[in-house]
Design a protein around this ligand. Structure first.
Ligand code: MG
Ligand code: FE
Length: 169
């Protein structure tokens, strides 16, 4: 049971670890099938690399708290259900649906790190703040990029449609 704020913090870190693994399983397939959108592809690949670093930061923090990491695999399975509908579509308009789903996912991550930062402070673990801030900054940057790019991607999709192409060609 999570009886202390420290317990809540550790559970939150494990949830974030599962969330980041889910992020990888959403982004990696997307990045392999969007050749028609090179800017999106480049940002996805960049954020995949960042996400691998985020997982490292979370593991470093968990280790510094002497947290048991053995349950992390089970948690990855349970979080998969939360995002089952995100990013797995292969519909003709997948670039649009994925752009919207990715924006939702990044904002979920932003909320998760804000929550973890509050718990790090409240549980007296200031050593965790730097890593969590770094993760938060990357999520904010990705969310802002997706936010600023949705109109351009939509119009590019429409133009490709008019030209009789798909995202896979
Ligand atoms: Mg992330
Ligand atoms: Fe992210």
């Amino acid at each position: 049971m999570d009886t202390t704020t420290r317990d809540l913090f550790i559970t939150g870190l494990k949830n974030a670890h599962a969330m980041e693994n889910q992020a990888l399983s959403i982004m990696r397939p997307q990045a392999t099938r969007i050749e028609s959108y090179p800017e999106v592809e480049a940002m996805l690949n960049r954020h995949i690399s960042e996400t691998e670093g985020q997982i490292q930061r979370l593991e470093t923090i968990l280790d510094s708290l002497d947290a048991d990491r053995s349950a992390l695999k089970d948690m990855a399975l349970s979080v998969a259900g939360t995002f089952a509908a995100v990013g797995h579509t292969v519909a003709p308009d997948e670039i649009l649906k994925n752009s919207m789903a990715n924006f939702a996912f990044e904002n979920y991550e932003i909320a998760a790190y804000k929550s973890l930062l509050a718990l790090a402070e409240a549980s007296g673990n200031p050593m965790a703040l730097e890593g969590l801030e770094a993760n938060l900054e990357e999520e904010i940057a990705m969310a802002e990029w997706l936010d600023s790019n949705i109109e351009a991607v939509t119009l590019q999709f429409a133009a490709l449609k008019e030209a009789g192409e798909t995202a896979k060609k």
